[in-house]
Write a protein that binds this ligand. Structure first.
Ligand SMILES: [Zn+2]
Length: 419
């Protein structure tokens, strides 16, 4: 039977693979209140390399959590941000593949394929009317050619990777996502329309698509950008997807995927309202938000575990350049606002937790502190069993933070109907 992902899915990244049950618990709480969110455990090649874990660890974690909690719904294991050079490693353990082609945007396509693509899309030249969008969009030959020049090569690359996976896994046995979020410029709704056309042109039955939206999607903190502009763009994107499904014969359940999607509290009500209005699905992909809840749990659990997380912070403070560099496009740390290690030395567990916990408006909340710790997970990994033993010893208090964060601060904000 062909695998199709259901309407609402939540990408639960888990750096150290200890919180699968706590994460699944949060989604089960949502289910009890009438919102069916299914879990997708995602981990990228970069994270595996930083932590020395393997894709199979994620599979074992997911299967165990599902078994222990007797979850009967769908769940997937996502090979996040893969390409041809590393996909083999994920092949056996994953059934969801995020094909990342951001690096191929703007590369030169084959002239014959460009010409064919322009021919296929000739009928959209002139005033393009997308049902539901009031303004019509002028598309002339030049504009269409520009879009093809920018994206066709990347989409072809996605299709090559897709076919490679299909050959190994079998058709319909996995969920294909295409991502192009890790770039500077957002893709406009009209670009999205022709990207979807290109996906169909290369026969890629994409089920979730992660564009770069307008604004900053920094790791672990709120959205930074113009909310009205985001709302307009997101609404148009939903209508474009809806139209494209019919126009290009793409999978009926095709939906948008929001990367770095945790902690974007100010846009959740907008997303929630619009997907309900148009009866569309969503995939929210998160990663480090769970790791930060582990640190919060350890800060308040005992004096020993507080010391452990303080030491991780001192080290992160020293190594900020090295830690932040790979995440340059997705973090913004104001160095002047970071607490100095000699200040943090005197902090209580509560003070440490409150500075880190994402409660907008809380007097202790410090988003710079939070972002630095967000990228410092490698330092916990370097501590090996010292860190994971602390997680096991304080399992309950850590799990409580993880569940509460996903359910209370994320899902409830998106679906205000949840009481
Ligand atoms: Zn991404």
């Amino acid at each position: 039977m062909k695998k199709t992902i259901c309407k609402y899915s939540f990408g639960v990244g888990d750096r150290f693979a200890h919180q699968g049950e706590a994460q699944l618990n949060a989604l089960m709480k949502a289910a009890n209140l009438g919102v069916e969110f299914i879990p997708v455990w995602n981990k990228s090649n970069r994270e595996h390399t930083n932590i020395n874990s393997t894709p199979n660890n994620v599979r074992v974690e997911a299967d165990n959590a599902v078994k222990t909690l007797n979850w009967k719904g769908q769940y997937f294991v996502d090979a996040d941000h893969i390409n041809l050079s590393n996909v083999d490693w994920f092949m056996d353990s994953s059934d969801f593949f995020t094909i990342d082609v951001a690096d191929f945007i703007g590369k030169e396509s084959d002239a014959v394929e460009i010409a064919d693509f322009l021919k296929v899309n000739e009928k959209y030249l002139g005033e393009l009317q997308i049902p539901g969008i009031d303004e019509s969009i002028s598309v002339n030959k030049n504009k269409l050619k520009q879009i093809a020049d920018k994206f066709l090569f990347a989409i072809k690359e996605a299709s090559v990777i897709y076919k490679y996976i299909e050959q190994k896994k079998g058709k319909g046995n996995f969920i294909p996502e295409v991502s192009m979020d890790e770039v500077e410029d957002p893709q406009s709704p009209v670009e999205l329309f022709f990207i979807l056309s290109a996906l169909s042109f290369y026969n890629l039955p994409v089920q979730t698509l992660a564009p770069k939206f307008t604004g900053r999607f920094n790791k672990g903190v709120d959205y930074v950008g113009d909310l009205d502009l985001f709302k307009k763009e997101f609404e148009q994107d939903l209508l474009v997807v809806d139209f494209a499904i019919n126009e290009f014969g793409l999978p009926e359940n095709l939906k948008l995927s929001i990367h770095s999607g945790s902690d974007k509290f100010s846009i959740y009500p907008i997303i929630g309202d619009l997907i309900k209005k148009y009866d569309k699905g969503i995939h929210i992909k998160t990663a480090g938000t769970t790791w930060l809840e582990e640190v919060i749990g350890l800060a308040i659990a005992s004096s020993d575990s507080l010391l452990l997380v303080k030491q991780i912070y001192y080290e992160a403070y020293e190594k900020i350049d090295e830690l932040a560099m790979p995440y340059a496009t997705v973090i913004d740390i104001d160095l002047k606002q970071l607490p100095r290690p000699d200040e943090v030395r005197d902090w209580s567990g509560e003070k440490f937790a409150n500075s880190l916990r994402h409660i907008p408006g809380h007097p202790d909340y410090n988003l710079n502190f939070r972002q630095l710790l967000h990228v410092a997970y490698k330092l916990a990994a370097n501590r090996g069993s010292t860190y994971t033993t602390a997680l096991q010893q304080n399992k309950q208090i850590v799990a409580k933070q993880v569940t509460e964060n996903i359910f209370e601060r994320h899902i409830k904000r998106m679906f205000k109907t949840v009481k």
